[in-house]
Design a protein around this ligand. Structure first.
Ligand SMILES: [Cu+2]
Length: 206
């Protein structure tokens, strides 16, 4: 009898969890998805394009982000962040690295040994996108980009060119694209509806 009661409670718990999961799912149904493909002319892959909503209503909490230096390259090559976010710069190589940026207010985080970190907070972006070039004084081939944006509705294209932005609140927006090379594409007006997926493809040309 006691065992049966415990089983019944476990059953109730599983049921409650199922309801909770369904609740989360219903919440996500109040939003829309933007997806598509980016084609960049003249390059071997279509990755590293940042597709983003220029401005969304409300304020958004900055998120901590990381940029690593490993195998003598910055990882990721392109890192979009929300304005106000603190980026931690890591070093997983057996040699020292440096980080500096000649963009906007400019900064130089110095040179540091493997296993140590430096941080920088991107507070000052007035007009998105603010693209900060990241360079290393010790290795002139190293280059990366931190792209400061107003809201979290952004995505970086995969090498295939595919991208997806999920959980976008319904509304009318400007969808734009930033790329580290000279190739560009015009921004466009979009309408996101709850429970639907919008397909927006971009062809980037010099
Ligand atoms: Cu370096």
């Amino acid at each position: 009898m006691i065992r049966r009661s415990v089983l019944s409670r476990i059953g109730g718990l599983v049921f409650a969890l199922a309801i909770a999961a369904a609740g989360v799912h219903l919440e996500a149904q109040g939003t829309g998805t933007i997806k598509g493909n980016v084609d960049v002319s003249g390059v071997p892959h279509d990755g590293d394009a940042v597709i983003y909503i220029v401005k969304a209503p409300g304020t958004f909490a900055p998120q901590p982000e990381e940029m690593d230096q490993h195998d003598m390259v910055f990882r990721p090559h392109v890192l979009p962040v929300l304005v106000g976010s603190k980026v931690t710069f890591l070093n997983h190589d057996p040699v020292p690295h440096n980080v500096f940026s000649p963009s906007y207010e400019k900064y130089d985080l110095g040179t540091w040994e493997p296993g140590h970190i430096r941080t920088y907070t991107f507070k000052t972006c007035q007009q998105v996108p603010c693209a900060y070039t990241q360079l290393c004084r010790l290795h002139e081939n190293m280059e990366a980009f931190i792209v400061v944006l107003q809201n979290p509705y952004f995505s970086v294209s995969e090498p295939s060119g595919d991208y997806q932005i999920t959980n976008v609140p319904p509304g009318n927006y400007t969808l734009a694209i930033w790329y580290p090379g000279k190739q560009k594409a015009a921004s466009r007006s979009i309408t996101v509806k709850a429970g639907t997926t919008l397909t927006e493809n971009f062809a980037l040309k010099p």
